[in-house]
Design a protein around this ligand. Structure first.
Ligand code: NAP
Length: 328
């Protein structure tokens, strides 16, 4: 965790994501503290922990508690991100959200050149639909955890329609409580998310991109019981976007809440799961709500945005509101 202007370390951020899940699984057992190591901060640590705050930052003896804040939409139109000439690469572009995004960019933002990458590289219906809207779509089989494969993918983008935006939505789940995780189970989830993002980050370094957007999850910040590996990988993505912005490059991490799109990662969730999320005050979002939040998040210019639906009345009715949400 970094305060404004401090450098960000994505590897450390991943550790925070993992421990946030451990906090969700074992409430009251773990406190996360990022300290500058000064004597004053060491001296302030015990009192800060005694406040009951689960996530702390200590600098020069001052303790800060982490809070999620509200983002205001810009009052003026932001600089345009999309155009009809450049190519948009969507990793995981054949998946549930990748397909929705591809349709949205073509129908609403005039994008005409798309590369959709996934390991299987098949999306016949989606391609037909996008082509009917006037888009030129390449579906490419590429495992983004393989650096050479990502390099070849980028090399294949035609010079007359240079890459203008990366949307990294590739990902897989391997859910299990933190006690059950192994190096292999971390690697399964880190491969597409973390390795894929690092390859894209490094291999597009010299290109003039207008957007570099990674699909993260609200579990990275809010903690996801049974999703420690996934929360860790997504926390890495959040920090990567922050680091890119610190370097003056485009970067946006979207920490999505659950989508109710009937396919993709939430495709196996049933009505009971949807009701459980609604009772927790975080209902799943309809595709049109998610796509509107995508546009809003892009327009804010912030590096890390949590596009989630929060039912404040339900949240307030709970005996205890999560610390991170108490500033809303
Ligand atoms: N759905 C939600 O409610 C939700 C909520 C929060 C965050 N997210 C995030 O949004 C993203 C998309 O989720 P989704 O629901 O659309 O999932 P999905 O339908 O399962 O799509 C995932 C996509 O990633 C591809 N993929 C997986 N491993 C890959 C690899 N190594 N290389 C290249 N492509 C790979 C998959 O295709 P192949 O299997 O053919 O490779 C698929 O196209 C994920 O990053 C997820 O963490 C989703």
């Amino acid at each position: 965790v970094a305060l404004d202007g401090e450098p960000v370390d994505p590897a450390l951020a991943a550790a925070w994501g993992l421990v946030r899940s451990a906090q969700s699984e074992h409430p009251g057992r773990f406190v996360l503290a990022d300290t500058d190591g000064t004597e004053a901060s060491e001296a302030a640590l015990a009192a800060a922990v005694a406040t009951g705050e689960p996530q702390l930052v200590l600098r020069d003896g001052n303790a800060f508690a982490l809070r999620v804040g509200r983002l205001a939409l810009p009052s003026e139109d932001p600089a345009p991100v999309w155009d009809a000439e450049g190519t948009v690469l969507i990793t995981g572009g054949t998946g549930g959200l990748g397909g929705l995004l591809a349709r949205h960019l073509v129908a609403e933002h005039g994008v005409r050149h798309l590369v959709l990458a996934s390991r299987r590289g098949d999306a016949v219906e989606l391609v037909a639909e996008l082509t009917a809207h006037g888009a030129d779509v390449q579906v490419v089989s590429c495992d983004v955890s393989d650096r050479d494969a990502v390099a070849a993918l980028l090399d294949g983008i035609p010079a007359e329609h240079p890459l203008m935006a990366v949307i990294h939505a590739a990902g897989v789940l391997d859910d299990g409580v933190v006690d059950s995780l192994t190096p292999e189970r971390l690697a399964t989830v880190f491969g597409p998310k973390v390795d894929g993002a690092v390859h894209l980050d490094e291999l597009t370094r010299d290109l003039d991109l207008s957007a570099f957007i990674v699909f993260s999850s609200s579990s990275a910040v809010l903690g996801g019981a049974g999703q420690g590996n996934y929360a860790a990988a997504n926390a890495f993505l959040d920090a990567l976007a922050q680091r890119r912005r610190g370097e003056g490059r485009p970067g946006l991490s979207l920490g999505w809440g659950a989508w109710a799109q009937g396919s993709g990662m939430t495709g196996t969730l049933g009505e009971a799961d949807m009701q459980r999320m609604a009772r927790m005050g975080m209902p799943a979002m309809a595709p049109e709500q998610g796509l509107a939040l995508f546009d809003a998040a892009v327009s804010t210019g912030a590096p890390v945005v949590l596009p989630v639906l929060l039912d404040m009345a339900v949240l307030r009715s709970h005996a205890e509101v999560p610390h991170l949400l108490r500033g809303l």
